[in-house]
Design a protein around this ligand. Structure first.
Ligand code: RFL
Ligand code: PHB
Length: 389
């Protein structure tokens, strides 16, 4: 088999790249380890930056997104019983969009199928070979048979646990990592959201986030211990704990109900450099992870895809390799800023086990400064809505 590009991983990064390339006549096969239903069952991101939405439009897959998304002009920050808003629209004239990652992925799979583009599910033993030569190829097994696809380029879009990053020799690759001493326990429930906007809450009992998917679907998170398991938390225990971490006047109007999904995510900051090795390019979670506090994970994937897509088109249409040669440098410049912002929001809002009284005072001063200072709010708004590509 031959394909101009092989995309390893059929999550949002791989699917978006595949769709953009397909629209411009570049053939790209997607290899996915799981089934489509499995990928669609993962509840993850909710907040999209304008840059992400624009890429979905460019890929011709934003029709439902434009119709069904919710525009969020700002967010609420709670500190104990106090709450204040950071209004992005008033501060910098921009907003973010709420549209679940599940829906993004569904739209991309639907478009891929409608276009007749090739996706191979349930692949195993993926190996990326000859990435440092002019003639790379990818081998894998599917349906009990071995396969080989020769290609011009490989896009490693296979998430944090994928094989693409591991393909880059340790002598070339440098990894930067910070593991946080807590996780997020998240639930999805068919209840109306407690507020029109997201509420990021710092409390003495730890962080909480009130988010949503639509008028009758809420998404809530609480900071939890890394040793907790979802089954340790009954729905009643979750709701009790959430109510104790958000301001009383918000807790009073919280509508509770049975959870339809419950999961725990560990929190990590991670970047690998470089993001390119020969003809292999890493994109999205394969190259970097942020803690979810700044809502940046999927959005940093989008900027990678933007740079790689334009680089590949420049190569195929203009025979110019400048875009792909500068891919890693351009992508990393933006990623480190998103890493800093996500780390800052995480540090601002969580209780760390080793926090001293001094650390607590610093955190309180940081929140008070944000509450009282319009320039501090503008800095937060600028980062939250997303830096330009
Ligand atoms: P994914 O989504 O992990 O997809 C990778 C795909 O590759 C497949 N795969 C392989 N396929 C073939 N061969 C192999 N060897 C393979 N190994 C793996 C996997 O099955 C999978 O289908 O990575 P991608 O596409 O880079 O997308 C990244 C995003 O999923 C991620 O950054 C976001 O979900 C992060 N995130 C958020 N991002 C935001 O921008 N806004 C948010 O509001 C937001 N909230 C969140 C989040 C992530 C969370 N969790 C669970 C970590 C909230 C949470 C709780
Ligand atoms: C979500 O709705 O799942 C969500 C929203 C904002 C975040 C993280 C997750 O920062």
């Amino acid at each position: 088999m031959r394909s101009q590009v092989v995309i390893v991983g059929g999550g949002p990064s791989g699917l978006l790249l595949g769709q953009l390339l397909h629209r411009r006549g570049v053939d790209a096969v997607v290899l996915e380890r799981k089934t489509r239903d499995y990928v669609l069952g993962r509840i993850r991101a909710g907040i999209l930056e304008t840059g992400f939405v624009n890429l979905m439009r460019e890929a011709g897959v934003a029709e439902r997104l434009d119709r069904e998304c919710f525009i969020h002009e700002g967010t609420q920050i709670a500190d104990g019983n106090e709450m204040f808003s950071v209004n992005f629209q008033e501060l910098i004239g921009e907003s973010v969009v709420l549209y679940g990652q599940t829906e993004v992925t569904r739209d991309l799979y639907d478009a891929r199928e409608a276009a007749g583009a090739r996706t191979i599910f349930n692949v195993d033993d993926v190996e990326i070979c000859g990435a440092d030569t002019e003639a790379p190829f990818v081998t894998f097994t599917a349906g009990g048979q071995s396969h080989r696809i020769d290609c011009d380029f490989v896009a490693g879009c296979d998430g944090f646990h994928g094989v693409s990053r591991q393909t880059i020799p340790l002598t070339v690759r440098k990894e930067y990592e910070k593991v946080y001493p807590f996780g997020w326990l998240g639930i999805l429930s068919e209840t109306p959201p407690v507020d029109d906007e997201l509420i990021y809450a710092n409390s003495e009992r730890g962080f909480a986030l009130c988010s949503m998917r639509n008028a009758n679907l809420s998404r809530y998170y609480i900071q939890c211990s890394l040793s907790d398991r979802p089954e340790d938390w009954s729905d009643a225990a979750f709701w009790d704990e959430l109510k104790r971490r958000i301001p009383e006047h918000v807790a009073d109007k919280l509508v509770t109900g049975p959870s339809i999904e419950k999961s725990i995510a560990p929190l990590r900051s991670f970047v690998t450099e470089p993001m390119r090795w020969g003809r292999l390019f890493l994109c999205g979670d394969a190259a970097h992870i942020v803690p979810p506090t700044g809502a940046k994970g999927l959005n940093t994937a989008a900027s990678d895809i933007h740079y790689l897509y334009h680089g590949l088109m420049q190569f195929y249409e203009d025979k110019d390799s400048e875009g792909i040669d500068r891919y890693s440098e351009k992508a990393l410049a933006r990623i480190w800023k998103a890493e800093r912002f996500s780390w800052w929001m995480t540090t601002l809002l969580h209780r760390f086990p080793e926090m001293t009284e001094f650390d607590l005072k610093m955190q309180q001063a940081d929140i008070a400064f944000l509450r009282d200072n319009v320039d501090a709010q503008r800095v937060m708004a600028t980062n939250y809505v997303g830096l330009p590509f």
